[in-house]
Design a protein around this ligand. Structure first.
Ligand code: PEP
Length: 257
């Protein structure tokens, strides 16, 4: 399948106005100067920076998104942000069910499912994150955990147009440890098979890998079978490194499995 790789930067809770403006401007300049059909880049800054970042990249091919949304459209939900509000800010994507939200905010797969439905209803593409802990992998339960998270987090309303699934082994996030090519290949094939049972045209669903992706390993990861892109945390905070990761979409095509 020769479609553009999806390169998503999750800035997490990092950045103030000045450094974020500079990062977004550097990426916007790169996107203007080097148009590419090999990848689609998405920036997901912290909520207070979304409007500024969107304004900076809006005349480029770079899209932008958020890191979470509420499942309701509006109401008494202090501190929360609705999918409609994100759409209103020009967002195209929203990351949902990131392991940091599941772990730090007790988000369940049922909540992620409801949020994904809200995102889809608002016209956003939901990037639904799933992945096992180190202990679950060591216990030989990685496949089981990921299959169950997929079943419970992905709504019946999912289509390849409104949903992306990100496999992020928790032990690989922000640790510098990356899953092996064989493990990624195995898990992405499993996710593709399970998702295809649930989602019509599941072969077209974009599956991302996330977990310590950097410029040096992106080329190999991006060309593993069923890897349609990457979700990048730490390395998305350096514009040159992040742009290099995106550029790796075009490199090493001979490695395609
Ligand atoms: C993430 O937070 O989604 C992530 C993959 O982080 P990192 O790239 O820093 O491992």
């Amino acid at each position: 399948m020769s479609v553009a790789k999806l390169i998503v930067g999750n800035w997490k809770m990092n950045g103030l106005l000045d450094d974020s403006r500079t990062r977004a401007q550097e990426l916007a300049d790169a996107a203007r100067n080097h148009k590419s059909a090999d990848f689609e880049m998405v920036l997901c800054p912290p909520a207070p920076l979304i409007a500024m970042v969107g304004d900076i990249v809006k005349d480029t091919d770079i899209k932008w998104g958020a890191q979470d949304c509420h499942e309701q459209v509006s109401g008494a939900h202090t501190g929360d942000i609705s999918a409609q509000m994100l759409k209103d800010l020009g967002c195209s994507y929203v990351i949902l069910g990131h392991s940091e939200r599941r772990q730090n905010h007790g988000e369940t797969s049922a909540q992620v499912n409801a949020k994904a439905q809200a995102a889809q209803a608002a016209g956003l593409i939901a990037i639904i994150c799933i992945g096992e802990t180190d202990a679950q992998r060591s216990a030989g339960k990685a496949d089981e955990v990921v299959t169950e998270q997929l079943r419970a987090s992905v709504p019946e309303t999912a289509t390849p147009e409104n949903t992306v699934i990100a496999y992020e082994p928790i032990w690989a996030i922000g640790t510098g440890k990356t899953a092996s090519a064989d493990d990624i290949r195995h898990m992405h094939a499993l996710i593709r098979a399970k998702a295809s049972e649930k989602v019509k045209n599941g072969a077209w669903l974009k599956l991302l890998y996330g977990g310590s992706v950097k410029q040096g390993n992106a080329g190999e990861i991006l060309h593993i079978a069923n890897v349609d892109g990457v979700l990048v945390g730490g390395a998305s905070l350096k514009s040159g490194e992040f742009w290099g990761i995106a550029q790796a979409s075009a490199e090493g095509k001979a490695l395609s499995a």
